[in-house]
Design a protein around this ligand. Sequence first.
Ligand code: ADP
Length: 367
Amino acid sequence: MIKIESLSKLFNEKKVVENLTLEVKRKEVMSLLGPNGSGKTTLLNMIAGLLHPDSGNIYINNTMVYGTNGTKKVNLKPSERKIGYVFQTISLFPHMKIQDNIAYGLKSLHISQSEIKKRTNTLLDFVDLTEYALLYPNQLSGGQQQRAALARSLATEPQVILLDEPVSAVDPQLRETFRLDLKKYLQKLETTTLYVTHNLNEAFMMADKIAVMGNRHIEQVGDRTEIFDKTQSTFVAKFLGLNIFKGKAIKEQNGHLLIDINNNISVLSTSNPELIGKNVTITIKPEDITFSKTQTTNQNATNNILGVITEMVQTRSTTQVTIDLGFPVKTRTTSTEIKNLGVTVGDKIYVTFNFSEVNVFSEKEST
Ligand code: ADP
């Protein structure tokens, strides 16, 4: 378990982390997702004890490793925190064989040679590198080297594993396989894991829980679907590439919430009386928006709004279509669908989305 309370860090008077709070439960794998420069590495370094916070508390498995306990200041050394850290750049010792790299941490544990050998072999087997034991790091692929780095970080049986963009050291064409491998090992381990990435797909692939970091703190934590479906901040919505609209919640209508956008478009969402009268932010996933040439009958509180196609961007398998409803709406569909519909830029089209796909929140005071 990792628990962080009100952690703050300044670099040259610039706040990089401010009042950050986060909890990763025992055995949980959590992705820490955020743009470059949002402070993810700084946070990992503070957890690992490689960097001093300015204030706040850090606990690992209910033991304070940094902070203030009454009048007592606590600051455990990195080696006392029982953390395994896999860095962004491969950090194996180039002059040591893979087996010696993995055994390195064990040598400080004052255990017998035969026990070191036994544990090293188990770890080599765990990351499927037994046949590479006697090779040097530069004789392995980037993915294999990162697996060895993972094994080395596990040697001392850490209570927590921190991984900082471990995929960036792997050749692009091998990344997908490496991620799948790594996920398999992390699941097998059943250790508390914090996995740092700036890549949305990677965050999704590696963990069920995601913490989005931005504006110097954790903007939102939730399971994968929750982050997308119940987004709670504009920052997160932007980062996820969702449609974002500002509006005002007007009233309840037949069990739904009626929201006005731009004083001329009404959108229905799930009932939420608490929001009535408030300025709200609305998010909709591009894939939840469909369009057709004809107006659909307004059953089941389906939103059906006429607009004009302003842009179509084709990628290998999908086309992103932007439709102007008085404000731009992005939707994604297959290129075949576009062909079948026979639509192009400038065409008038009905945009359709169900009330249940409309996420509404009242923005917290931004910090
Ligand atoms: P991320 O890991 O999310 O890319 P970092 O934690 O590496 O972000 O950096 C967050 C911010 O802190 C950046 O603006 C970076 O320039 C700054 N920073 C990181 N380390 C230092 C340092 N040692 N001295 C000064 N500024 C730093």
